[in-house]
Design a protein around this ligand. Structure first.
Ligand code: CMP
Length: 154
């Protein structure tokens, strides 16, 4: 099953949006298999954004991403990488469709709430960058109705 890496950026923490964003992934049917809060160092951010190091916004981006903790998540599901990218919308919150996470919560290109892996290769690299193997969980979603049916009424 496909896995993808998500970072809820410092603006989602500052704006009290964490629960609402995580609910969107749960409601969609994606499975959370890794989850933690992290303060990202300049060296980790320089590695994560190495492909942007020549861009004029690079320094601001590293400062922004290190300005408060992020929530890192690994989500699992069928075609999870492309599905999560559709839920997020394109980079600029101003261009993202209403209904997408960035379209609903962001007016910015940089403070755009969330990062999501953009390919299978990126997802594999990024998951390794932010999670140890034993921080990713393999578990079954229970059919709770079958369990509830066995409860004794008192
Ligand atoms: P993301 O797509 O997660 O990863 C690269 C990040 O760089 C992007 O989110 C934005 O936060 C930031 N970014 C991309 N383009 C710009 C831009 N033109 N100006 C400022 N920040 C940008």
């Amino acid at each position: 099953m496909e896995k993808t890496l998500i970072l809820l950026k410092p603006d989602s923490l500052q704006r009290n949006l964490l629960g609402q964003i995580m609910s969107r992934f749960e409601n969609k049917g994606l499975k959370i298999v890794g989850l933690k809060m992290m303060k990202l160092s300049d060296s980790l951010l320089s590695e994560h954004y190495a492909h942007h190091q020549d861009k004029p916004f690079f320094k601001d981006l590293v400062n922004f991403m290190g300005s408060a903790p992020v929530i890192a998540m690994v989500l699992e599901g069928v075609e999870a990488i492309s599905t999560v990218r559709i839920l997020c919308g394109p980079t600029s919150g101003r261009k993202a469709d209403v209904g997408s996470i960035r379209g609903d919560f962001s007016m910015s290109g940089q403070h755009n709430i969330i990062h999501a892996s953009d390919s299978l290769e990126a997802a594999q690299q990024e998951i390794k960058r932010f999670f140890q193997d034993d921080e990713i969980f393999n578990y079954q979603k229970l059919d709770l109705s079958a369990i509830y049916a066995q409860e004794e009424l008192s």
